[in-house]
Design a binder for this molecule. Structure first.
Ligand code: NI
Length: 432
């Protein structure tokens, strides 16, 4: 394989990201990988944690670097990957998030696309990434795709990129903790790497690393509730979603936009969305459209665009679902319609559920996806058999949250005092 003089990227999480292989260097230069600089890793989370503006590009480089560290750690304990598989792991690590759209999850739900599918298509179709992979070795793109899709023949290769404790999760926890300022993601990665061993072509951990792994699982759980599922970030995502939903409805009904919307219309009108159209979109293009939509005649569109630009978020309230509350929510929707506020856009119910360690949920093609410990007598045990903390966690029901989001500002501004008061009375929490 063609080696380079070492190239480095400064990185606040690892100090440096090191690149030694021409293949990896060439992949980083492609326009599809460079596009990830224009997509924030955490979507609308920067509306809560104001410094969480790091990009998918820095996360992708980070997963590459973490995969490199894992390969090196495995080498120290005697498992050396073949050259081709080493490059396969590193390429898959770098490319695993290639298909993310702007404000990922909002974008996906409106356009009914999955970023995993676009990652696969960008690797396989006529793109610069595909050319670089195929010029290294014919058929290499297919292998990289198979590693990301977890169908590649060697489970160890898949394990490094996707498992309960993989390069992706380790990087995003460290990186998101650093950039949000939330301390929960600080985990003892060195300890985890040092206790990795390979048994039956799968990564296991010496039992002496168990406490570092417990800490990692708890960190991830805390990051979910404190950062990823934060209601303010979620409220901003709903604003983006509703803005795009409204655009779709207007495009399909033949509405005449004041400013031409160009390629954005293609997103809704193209029968089979092409990779070329998809790649035109990033956070900046969506923000640009929002600034135009503020001036649209359609009130719902201009309101959501204005909310997006000026961070006028929807109000969130917690509730516990039961017959009475559910009836009240329907009534609130009816009253909102009387005030001219369309509940299909402005009254949103939301449900989050998260467990710290879910080893029942996922399987790769060949292995149950669980964390296994190498015991001192050489036997292998699933971590919840050994750790009382993990055992306790999986014994209880996962934490759940139910919330509604609605425009308290519009309701309060209404001149219809009678209906306004009825809505305020029916809300699941008191308004001060
Ligand atoms: Ni990722």
């Amino acid at each position: 394989m063609v080696k380079l003089e070492e190239k480095v990227f400064r990185d606040p999480v690892y100090g440096y990201v090191h690149v030694f292989d021409k293949l990896i260097w060439d992949l980083i230069q492609t326009k599809e990988v460079q596009r990830l600089r224009r997509i924030k890793q955490l979507g609308g989370t920067y509306m809560v944690f104001h410094t969480a503006e790091h990009s998918r590009f820095s996360h992708s480089l980070g997963v590459y670097e973490m995969a490199r560290k894992i390969i090196r750690a495995l080498m120290y304990c005697g498992t050396v990957l073949e050259e081709e598989e080493r490059l396969l792991v590193l390429s898959a690590a770098l490319l695993h998030d290639l298909g993310h759209g702007p404000f990922s999850h909002s974008f996906e739900s409106v356009f009914n696309v999955r970023h995993e599918l676009f990652t696969e298509r960008i690797i396989m179709e006529d793109t610069e990434v595909n050319q670089v992979l195929e010029s290294y070795q014919k058929g290499f793109a297919t292998k990289v795709r198979d590693v990301i899709n977890k169908t590649y023949e060697n489970p160890l290769v898949i394990n490094i990129i996707s498992s309960q404790l993989d390069a992706d999760r380790l990087d995003y926890l460290l990186r998101d903790a650093y950039f949000t300022g939330a301390p929960y993601g600080e985990i003892d990665v060195e300890r985890i790497l040092r206790t990795m061993r390979v048994v039956n072509n799968k990564i296991v951990y010496k039992v002496s690393g168990m406490h570092a792994i417990e800490d990692y699982l708890m960190s991830r759980y805390q990051m979910y509730w404190q950062v990823y599922l934060h209601s303010t970030g979620r409220s901003f995502d709903l604003v983006i979603q509703n803005m795009l939903r409204r655009v779709r409805e207007l495009v399909l009904s033949g509405y005449q936009f004041r400013h031409p919307i160009g390629a954005l219309a293609d997103l809704f009108l193209e029968k089979d969305l092409s990779v070329e159209t998809y790649l035109k979109f990033d956070d900046a293009t969506i923000s640009h459209y929002a600034s135009l939509f503020v001036e649209e005649e359609d009130e719902i569109l201009s309101d959501f665009a204005d909310r997006f630009i000026h961070r006028r978020l929807l109000k969130e309230m917690h509730y516990v679902p039961n017959d009475e509350v559910n009836k009240n929510l329907i009534k609130i929707g009816e009253y909102m319609s009387i005030l001219g506020i369309d509940p299909t856009y402005y009254l949103i119910t939301d449900h989050s559920v998260k467990t710290p360690y879910d080893y029942y949920g996922h399987k790769t093609n060949c292995l149950p996806d669980c964390i296994e410990l190498l015991m001192r007598d050489g036997s292998i045990k699933e971590i919840s058999e050994v750790s009382t903390i993990i055992k306790g966690i999986i014994a209880v029901k996962p934490k759940q949250e139910y919330k509604i989001y609605f425009p308290l500002d519009l309701i309060k501004a209404s001149g219809n005092v009678e209906i306004k008061n009825k809505i305020l009375e029916l809300l699941p929490e008191n308004i001060q």
